[in-house]
Design a protein around this ligand. Structure first.
Ligand SMILES: [Zn+2]
Length: 339
């Protein structure tokens, strides 16, 4: 084994045997924004042998403040994040394999994406994908590590199916679209990204080297600005949980519906929330007030972002003009409306 990993091998909980396991491990990172890029960098430096990175977005200048793998030229070229990450990691550790997939993660591909990995790390920015990920990982008995960060606040939880509570044991209902802050409405500072990602990656390494006894087994929450660090110990899975108790995978089986559609001939896409909702348009307008051309009437809020005009209706639907690509429209929806 080369000297690259010598300091990590000196750490007795990893050692030579643990390093071998890392080199043989296969990890999926879902979403390569701030959290995902940080996971990818740490896991590649640690020598995880195979990383599969999936992301639907491209690098923008607004990402550079916190998305550590990316540089100005990536943003100037609007490179897909998965591709930019793969290129950068090849410069960091050429001995590992990185598979970059530029795609929208949805119920049609999630089971295939997780099928050949040992572990899944959440690097997404929305609950729609997280509930889908939870369904798929519980169904196929894959461990996944939830992580989220916005503003100066972050949270993480490690989900070992049938051993720990799953995401729906803790948060049974997905938050309503538009009800939660997002990095594009509330902002975010890089230290909270580094903090949440560090806990997620430490848990990943414990799992890969087989030290399950050292998992934190908590819902961990941090607010770095308010200096508030909290750990809520988790008990057993909830037997009444619709996902891991009843094994009813409604996000995967799309019982809740999915109505995103390209609007023919209009260069626009309609995105519908996964569950019906009623948006408080005044609150929503305040959240997006810093954006350009914000207009509101009794039925909708409209604003522009770059080349796209986005119209959000009271029922949570949005029409994204300036694209006929559903994944581009979904990405904008997640950024500004949430979920
Ligand atoms: Zn559950």
């Amino acid at each position: 084994m080369n000297e690259r990993y010598s300091r990590q091998i000196l750490f007795p909980e990893i050692g030579k045997a643990g390093q071998e396991k890392l080199l043989n491990a296969r990890v999926l990172i879902v979403g390569c924004g701030a959290l995902g890029a940080s996971h990818a960098e740490m896991l590649s430096r640690a020598g995880v042998g195979y990383l599969k990175i999936v992301d639907r977005d491209f690098v923008e200048f607004t990402n550079l403040q916190r998305q550590t793998l990316f540089k100005e030229s990536d943003a100037a070229e609007r490179l897909p994040k998965a591709i930019a990450a793969q290129t950068r990691i090849a410069e960091i550790n050429s001995e590992i394999e990185v598979e970059a997939i530029v795609a929208d993660v949805n119920r049609s591909n999630i089971e295939a994406l997780i099928s050949d990995v040992d572990l899944v790390l959440d690097g997404t920015d929305n609950f729609q994908i997280r509930y889908l990920l939870n369904d798929a990982c519980v169904k196929h008995n894959k461990t996944w590590i939830y992580g989220a960060a916005v503003s100066s606040y972050g949270t993480t939880m490690t989900i070992v199916p049938s051993e720990t509570p799953c995401l729906r044991c803790i948060f049974e209902e997905m938050p309503d679209a538009g009800s939660s802050p997002t990095c594009d409405t509330a902002g975010v500072i890089m230290p909270i990204i580094a903090t949440v990602s560090a806990v997620q990656v430490a848990e990943a390494i414990k799992i890969i080297v087989g030290d399950l006894a050292s998992l934190h087994r908590s819902l961990v929450q941090f607010d770095l600005w308010q200096n508030d660090w909290r750990k809520i110990k988790l008990a057993k899975p909830n037997p009444d949980c619709p996902t891991c108790g009843a094994r009813n995978f409604e996000f995967l089986d799309a019982v809740t519906g999915e109505f995103s559609a390209v609007l023919c001939g209009r260069n626009a896409v309609q995105i519908a929330p996964p569950v019906s909702t009623t948006l408080d348009l005044k609150l929503f307008r305040d959240k997006v007030a810093h954006l350009s051309d914000v207009r509101q009437n009794d039925y909708l809020v409209r604003f522009t972002s770059g080349e796209n005009e986005i119209t959000v209706f009271r029922d949570g639907r949005a029409i994204v003009k300036g694209t006929d690509d559903i994944s581009v429209a979904r990405s904008l929806y997640a950024r500004f409306v949430g979920n």
